[in-house]
Design a protein around this ligand. Structure first.
Ligand code: SD4
Length: 323
């Protein structure tokens, strides 16, 4: 199925007729490097926040962190950072991970009261011998490093949660598949030096069981970057992504020679194989190759990803397994 694109700002005219948008870097005609892509429509402002870093010759790692922070600090994004929907008990708990070109990575899970978990994850990577901190330990680490505490439950998210609670008094957690309830942001970038990095940040599934951790902070599930091959990120129902170790799978498929879109499609097929109830859930992947090719694919229609390069910005409607 051809990928429909929405061109924004500067158009990428040369690529407009292609069924899979491919940065010309792969042919060395007009290298789309640096480049960044991010999940969903809110990837557009995130990419805009990240773009100056890349355009100034900065690192992919700094760029994905800057983009993730933009989404986290946006109170209108209801499943990332500030304003994220809470768990069943009304607590906003955040998951995030980051990975750089040297293969180092950091992550936090079930972190409360900190607006920018991606930056905490980066410090876990850079200032500790560990990869992952969770819950109270992650919060204490963040406070020690000077991150301010704040109430992340906005009036809007509180009102939604109270309504949900009133309608579902006996609920034991929930997963949702519609577009409105999936706006985790995953970002992958290639910088001018040719280095790759990725980031992923979320408040997870709305109304989840307290303590639930999704795919987003799990290196290899929610995001993975291998500087020799490419980078990938996932969005959607985290349990299904974890079962397929989705982002690692996408990168390994690229290592075997598949292009980014094809790798994402094959990973979606693996998710289907591992999840008999796949028709009831959404999962989407984005991928970026070492040579600057981009792609994405999803289980269900409706998944979009945003691309930013020197040629402009673009919002791509990803193809999907179901129609
Ligand atoms: C999770 N993958 O916690 C996240 C949710 C998500 O778009 O991606 N929403 O399972």
């Amino acid at each position: 199925m051809p990928t429909r694109r929405t061109f924004l700002g500067t158009t990428l005219a040369a690529a407009a007729s292609a069924t899979q948008w491919t940065a010309a870097a792969s042919t060395n005609e007009n290298p789309m490097q640096p480049i960044i892509l991010s999940t969903w429509r809110h990837g557009l402002p995130a990419n805009e926040a990240a773009w100056p870093v890349l355009a100034d010759g900065g690192s992919a790692l700094d760029a994905v962190e800057a983009g993730a922070r933009q989404s986290e600090s946006d109170p209108d994004n209801a499943t990332v950072g500030l304003g994220g929907r809470p768990d069943r008990d009304g607590n906003v708990t955040l998951d995030a991970c980051i990975m750089g070109p040297d293969g180092n990575c950091g992550s936090v899970a079930c972190l409360t009261e900190i607006e920018n978990p991606i930056s905490v994850a980066r410090l876990v990577m850079e200032q500790t011998p560990h990869v992952m901190l969770v819950g109270q330990g992650a919060l204490e680490f963040a406070i020690e490093r000077g991150f301010p505490r704040r109430d992340l439950l906005t009036p809007n998210s509180r009102a939604e949660w109270e309504k949900w609670q009133a309608e579902h008094p006996d609920a034991v957690g929930q997963r949702q598949i519609n577009v409105e309830n999936h706006d985790t942001i995953g970002l992958v970038a290639l910088d001018a030096a040719g280095d790759l990095a990725g980031a992923c940040t979320t408040s997870g599934l709305a109304w989840k069981l307290p303590g639930r951790v999704g795919d987003s902070p799990i290196i290899g599930a929610g995001m993975y970057a291998d500087n020799e091959v490419g980078a990938a990120a996932a969005t959607g129902v985290g349990e299904a992504v974890i079962r397929a170790v989705g982002s690692f799978l996408v990168v390994e498929l690229m290592r075997q020679g598949h292009g980014p879109t094809d790798a994402c499609r094959l990973a979606c097929e693996r998710v289907v194989a591992k999840n008999p109830d796949w028709r009831e859930l959404q999962v989407g992947f984005i991928a970026l190759s070492k040579s600057g090719e981009v792609g994405g694919y999803a289980l269900q229609p409706g998944f979009q990803y945003a691309v930013r390069s020197a040629a402009g910005e673009e919002l791509v409607d990803a193809a999907s397994i179901a129609n």
